[in-house]
Every structure is written in C-alpha cells, then in structure tokens.
Design a protein around this ligand. Structure first.
Ligand code: SAM
Length: 273
C-alpha cells in the first residue's frame, strides 16, 4: 500500500460488466491469498486444517465461495447487515458453486448477534470492523467473536496505518479494463473518524463515483490488541505485509513481527486466538 489503500493486487479477470460489486472484488479482495494464509496459521497451531469459516461483514461472500472451492469438506457462514449485497453474492458467487452451494449459509444479521455454530476461522477483512467507532462497540464485537470460535479457532482481522493513512488522498490504481480510486478525507484527529470512498472508471465506459462509502474510525494496533485482550483473547500475533521493491506496493507476503519501522503506509493482518 503506497497510501491508506489496502491491496493493489493485479486483477485476474477482465472486466465483464460494470457491476460495482464485481469491480470491488477484482480491485480489493484476494481470497486466493487469504485462504492459504488461514490454512497456514491454523495448521501451525492445531496440526490440522480448519473446516468451518465464518466470514464476518461478508458482503458478496467472495471469500466464502473460495473457501468452499478449496476443499470438499469446507463449510462457510457469511454474515452481513445489507440484504441486497448478500443477494448479489448468492446469485453471483454462491449459486455458481452448484450443489456445493449447500455448504454455505448466508445470514442477514449484525455480526454481533450471531455466535453459533462455532467456527475454526473467523475472518473480518478489509477493515470492516472500523465501522465500530468507540471502544465499547469494538469490545462487544470482539467478545462475540471470541465466544463464536471453536476450540483451536483463530480470529483474523486486517489493519492499516502510517502517516499517509491520516492524510486526504485520492489514490488511483490501474486494473485490467478499469481504474480504481481510493479516496480518504476529513480524518478528525480528535476522533480518528473519517470518510473513505471507492470510485471506479471503466475504460470506454461509465464512471462510478462513490461506488462505496465508509465512515470509519482508524484504529491503531495497540488499541486493537488491548481490546482483543479485554474481550478474552489470550494470544495476539501481527503479520506485516512486505513491500515490492519495484512498485513500492504491498507484495501480499505477510510475516510475523514484534515491532516495525515507521513508514508512510502499511498493511498488516492480526491473528487473535
Ligand atoms: C468493507 S465491506 C467488506 C466486504 C468484504 N467482506 C471484503 O472483505 O471486502 C463492509 C461490509 O460490512 C457490512 N456491515 C457493516 N456493519 C455491519 C455489522 N454490524 N454487521 C454485519 N455486517 C455489517 C456492510 O453491509 C458491508 O457489506
């Protein structure tokens, strides 16, 4: 990440439509990187592979679909508050799994209201928990996640920071067939709350301004670590994303660290258990 944008992965598919959900998946999500990471960390801890994934804030359930494709006994639960995005995901990501779709359950709910069945991995990616703006709300979410893990389970979150994360920026990235812009502005240093938006410009096609808007609080690593601890998690590990020397962008390779050099922008994955 050169600035406060999460991932700049190369799009792996051509733009098939101007659907904002599909463009989001192509520009922002990397389930083919996420799933091997979950497997690696879980296996190291438990000596076996995880089976049940709970995808919090699942949106289109893109990650859940990849989880199902990965192994024939994998199961997934996706939870989201927005009925329309769940429906889009059901049609575009879950139904195409054919009879394997029965291994996925999509739940229309607040993530804090579901604690069954207990999952081997709970993933809350793309900073979705930044929607919780005060410590009590964040603690409530983390407590519920802790209660919702099966023995040996892991809770995986991502986080970004660095001084560029505090700045007003509009950061453009090129993908096959479209340009993605991550814009952030108005971060109030008193509350750490700001507005984050995603825009798309499809080549020879429309511009989708404000395709997604988030009002988020930027949480820091120590705040998240302490809140996870208060919620009942005993172990906290931080995996820092490496930087591609040629592009200066994140390289998708996450290594466990205890401390890091200050830098303009960084991404990391948190694993709590
Ligand atoms: C940033 S998107 C994440 C989409 C996708 N999971 C990803 O990794 O890119 C955040 C999603 O969280 C959902 N959401 C926000 N607050 C929620 C809550 N309290 N419970 C469940 N879903 C929530 C929104 O509807 C939206 O689909």
């Amino acid at each position: 990440m050169a600035t406060a944008k999460k991932k700049k992965k190369k799009a792996r598919r051509q733009v098939a439509s101007v659907d904002h959900h599909r463009l989001y998946e192509m520009a922002v999500q990397s389930p083919d990187h996420d799933v091997p990471f979950f497997d690696r960390i879980y296996k190291k801890k438990n000596g076996r592979l995880p089976r049940l994934l709970r995808e919090d804030f699942c949106g289109t359930a893109f990650l859940s679909a990849e989880w199902i494709r990965r192994r024939p006994d994998n199961e997934a639960i996706g939870i989201d508050l927005d009925r329309s995005v769940l429906e889009w995901g059901r049609v575009h990501n879950i139904e195409p799994l054919g009879k394997e779709a029965r291994r996925v359950r999509l739940i229309h709910s607040d993530v804090r209201a579901v604690n069954w069945p207990k999952a081997d991995v709970i993933a809350a990616l793309n900073f979705s928990y930044f929607v919780f703006k005060d410590r009590q709300e964040l603690l409530g979410y983390f407590r519920n996640a802790c209660r919702s893990l099966a023995p040996g389970g892991i809770f995986v979150l991502d986080i970004f920071g660095g001084w560029e994360a505090q700045m007003d920026v509009a950061d453009k990235s090129r993908y096959d067939g479209f340009t993605y812009t991550w814009e952030q502005k108005g971060i109030d240093p008193v509350t750490n709350i700001g507005r984050f938006q995603i825009h798309f410009k499809v080549d020879k096609g429309p511009t989708l301004r404000k395709a997604f808007t988030y009002d988020w609080r930027l949480w820091s690593v120590p705040e998240v670590r302490e809140t996870l601890q208060d919620a009942g998690f005993a172990k906290f590990d931080l995996y820092w994303e490496g930087v591609d020397e040629d592009t200066g962008e994140g390289d998708g390779d996450y290594r466990r660290i205890k401390s890091a050099e200050n830098c303009p922008g960084w991404n990391a994955l948190i694993v709590a258990s």
